[in-house]
Design a protein around this ligand. Sequence first.
Ligand code: GRF
Length: 203
Amino acid sequence: MLNIAAFVSGRGSNLKSVHEKVSKEKIRLCAVVSDCKECLAVNFASQNNIPVFFISLKEKDGFIGYTELGRILKELSIDLILLAGFLKKIPDEFVDGFENKIINIHPALLPSFGGKGMYGMNVHEAVFKSAAKVSGATVHFVDKIYDNGKIIAQRVVNIAEAKNAEEIAVRVLKVEHELLPYVVDKFADGKIKIENNSVIIID
Ligand code: GRF
């Protein structure tokens, strides 16, 4: 059984896709961590009885800090942290405490269209402006630099005919909802290995 914590900031559709598509016999969603008190992802967690923790760089009413969060997640024996639409940068010390246990889903084909400020529609608008013919989704390990960690898996979508950034966003989100559950399922099966400099997914 793989114990998972999902970090969210908003809509929560990727959280939902993991919850719905990965077998309950393989994973346990032990915690949802949010930087906003009211959002669809938090509603989803509450409706599904997943404990929610509110996180902030500085502890304030109702929000805990990263040191406390790290302690809680270790206590819950979390094996994998999913950044599923989490918009804040994770502090370096926290990343150190969960080496190769934090993964992120990004709505473009990294290493293009990533980095600071590249989130949400900013990404799809940049892709549209570039006139790229393909975009897609990337799941990667999280290190101390935005969207920089080793790439685990990617899915490509054809956007040659897309008329605007919104259309690209819809097409990419669809593959995100396949890719993240696929990767989580592979983690649960122990089929993701880091060897030399690459990430290997065993079929
Ligand atoms: C997704 O596009 C994800 O790739 C990005 O943020 C968005 C979150 O969407 N990191 P949702 O909250 O999962 O619906």
